[in-house]
Design a protein around this ligand. Structure first.
Ligand SMILES: N[C@@H](CCC(=O)N[C@@H](CS)C(=O)NCC(=O)O)C(=O)O
Length: 270
């Protein structure tokens, strides 16, 4: 990622509206009267599930994807110098900012009916969601942000250790739920959408085939992806030019950042 300048712009969580006003506004306002503005890079990573959720819900929204030039010129306000960020606007000038992918995703999921039917389901869906989120974080720390000479070993270790354990554990829980394409009960939830999102992310890294071959070995895990793929709103979104642009941005970004040198040489010799 490009560096932001020292005098980078910040947005605050304070606003002209009191916390009570914002809470009342959220409780009383229908989703159709809200406008969501999500800012995130043109890649599949921590901010891409929020884009899926907005498309799933069919709410009024815009997806802002700042360029590296805009970022390094200090034109992108954030709370913590990273994206995703979400701005929510309503009637009568009401607006407020949100940050942190997990907070944004769970907030949107709750608004869009993707956090189950009761407190236990919400907690369980969030549990799976958090564990799925952590897998992608581990991918970054274990395989991306390592030196070129370490990349092959790191990737192989990730696939045979971290990813395998994740898949075994999630297969167990999904089989316990009846291997029905859902994490909790028989209803689409944030956990299902998030799993499909990270599987798509693994499809954009240079060692995609190796990762996806692992996912495919686990019947119940793969069934969740297939179930989410059949959701009409998400299917339409994935077929869109806008989605393809993000997907291509992702291929480019990860090709530059997580290519394993030996594989690249083998690829060239084919
Ligand atoms: N804890 C944050 C992490 C977000 C994050 O690391 N975003 C990265 C892209 S995936 C970013 O914007 N990096 C810009 C930079 O480091 O300059 C979240 O979950 O939202």
């Amino acid at each position: 990622m490009a560096a932001q300048p020292a005098n980078r712009p910040k947005f605050s969580f304070q606003s002209k509206h009191s916390s009570a006003e914002i809470s009342r506004f959220l409780a009383e306002t229908d989703n159709k009267d809200l406008f969501f503005s999500i800012s995130y890079w043109e890649i599949a990573a921590v901010g891409s599930t929020a884009r899926d959720l907005l498309e799933y819900a069919g709410v009024k929204h815009e997806k802002l994807a700042p360029t590296y030039d805009e970022w390094s010129a200090g034109e992108v306000p954030t709370a913590f110098s990273v994206m995703p960020c979400l701005k929510i606007k309503g009637l009568n000038g009401m607006e407020f900012n949100m940050a942190e992918s997990e907070v944004i995703d769970t907030f949107l999921a709750e608004r869009f009916g993707l956090l189950g039917n009761n407190t236990w389901e919400a907690m369980t869906i969030r549990t799976f969601y958090t564990n799925i989120h952590y897998l992608r974080e581990r991918t970054f720390t274990e395989t991306l942000w390592v030196s070129d000479s370490e990349k092959k070993k790191a990737r192989d270790q990730f696939l045979s250790h971290s990813l395998r354990k994740f898949l075994e554990d999630h297969e167990f829980h999904l089989q316990e739920n009846g291997c029905n394409g859902h994490y909790v009960g028989d209803k689409l939830s944030l956990a299902d959408v998030h799993l499909a999102n990270i599987i798509h992310f693994y499809g954009t890294v240079p060692w995609a085939k190796m990762a996806l071959d692992e996912f495919r070995k686990y019947e119940a895990v793969w069934k969740v992806k297939e179930t989410v793929d059949r959701v009409a709103e998400l299917d339409g979104w994935r077929a869109s030019d806008e989605f393809k642009r993000y997907e291509n941005g992702s291929y480019d970004y990860y090709r530059k950042n997580c290519t394993v040198p030996e594989d690249a040489v083998a690829e060239k010799q084919k």
